[in-house]
Write a protein that binds this ligand. Sequence first.
Ligand SMILES: [Zn+2]
Length: 88
Amino acid sequence: MKITTIHKLCCPFDKADLKLEIIEQTLDKDIRTGSLTCTECKRFYPIISGIPIMNPDEYRDVEIEDAYYQFLELDKSNHNIENFRLIE
Ligand SMILES: [Zn+2]
């Protein structure tokens, strides 16, 4: 996804700005992997294969997001994810 498109996005819950973290980019600057964090509610939205995953909390997919965290070798507990809920 183009960075100009990502800058047009806002948090779907409170319309607040999102902080972008880029992890992987193509040569033509498309963002392949990264994350968006809401500056207000602190929800964490992964960008997987160029697609920001911005589903409502009840529709977030644990398996996709866990694969993302494993790919990045991240421990979810290291993130500020207050108000973030996963489907069990
Ligand atoms: Zn928010």
